[in-house]
Design a protein around this ligand. Sequence first.
Ligand SMILES: Nc1ncnc2c1ncn2[C@@H]1O[C@H](COP(=O)(O)OP(=O)(O)O)[C@@H](O)[C@H]1O
Ligand SMILES: [Mg+2]
Length: 257
Amino acid sequence: MNTLYPVHYLGSHSEGNTRPQLFELSDGNKYLVKFKNNPQGTRVLVNDWVAGKLALLLGLPVAPFALVYFSKSHFNQFPELYKYGFKPGHQFASYLLKNCTGLWEPRNSGEIANLNVLPGVIVFDYWVNNYDRDTGNALLEKVSKNTCYLHLIDHGLCFPIGSWTKKNSQKVYVNILDQDVHTWAVTRIENPKDLLKFTEKVLSLPSEQIYKVINSIPEDWNVASSEKEAVYQYLITRREVLPILMLKFIKKYFHKD
Ligand SMILES: Nc1ncnc2c1ncn2[C@@H]1O[C@H](COP(=O)(O)OP(=O)(O)O)[C@@H](O)[C@H]1O
Ligand SMILES: [Mg+2]
C-alpha cells in the first residue's frame, strides 16, 4: 500500500469536529489529516477509509485520500499534535482541494459539471447509512469562472450507529435519512429512475470487493475481526433493502401528492 509520511506542518484547520490538521506530505501535496484519537474517536478514520474506498469502487467523486504514517519521532517533530491528544500511527489524509466551498455557496450560480453523480451520491449514502451529508460535506471546487465540480468528503459518520457489534449491525432500518444535500439534490435530478439504476450498480458490486475494502483497514486502527465481520454483514444486508429504501425515497421526494 502506498503510505505517505509528513514533511511540513501547515497548521490547524479552523473547521471540523475532528480537528483536522494541514500537512504537506511526502508526495509534495497538501492534505487535511484526521488523526487517531481525535475528539470524535478513531472510528471516524475507519469510516472515512472504508466508505471512501466503496465510493471509489462505484465511481463517485470522493476527494482523493490516502494513508499517512506518523511515527513517534514525527510527533516529536510536530509537538502541537500532542496538544490534541492524537496518537502516532496511520492517519487519514484527504487531498486539499483549492477554491472550494461547501455546497451552500455557489450552488445557484455557475454550473456543476458533474451533476450526473447526484443519484449515485444519494444511493451510496443510503447504502452506507451516511447520516452526515450536510452541505459542509460536499464541496464545490471552482474549476473555471462559471463551472464547478462536486467532491464528496467526510464519511466519518456512516455504518451502524454505535459500535460494530453483531447486534448493532443487524439493526438495518428502512428510514429516510433527511440529509440537506439529498433534499437539494432532488431538485436537480430529472429522472428518479436514475436512483434505481445506480441501486443496480451497488447490487452488482462483487461481495469480495467489499470484503477486500474492509480488510484493508490498517491494523493499528484496532478493529477486531468480529467488528469487521459485523460491518461486512451490515453492508450486505443494507444493500438487500436498498431497492425498498430507494422506492421510499422516490415516493417521499418525487411523488409528493
Ligand atoms: N479534501 C479537502 N479539501 C478542502 N477542504 C476540505 C477537505 N476535507 C475537508 N475539508 C474542509 O474541512 C472541513 C472539515 O473536514 P471534515 O472531513 O468534514 O471533518 P469533520 O469530520 O471534522 O467534519 C470540511 O467541512 C471542509 O471545509
Ligand atoms: Mg464534516
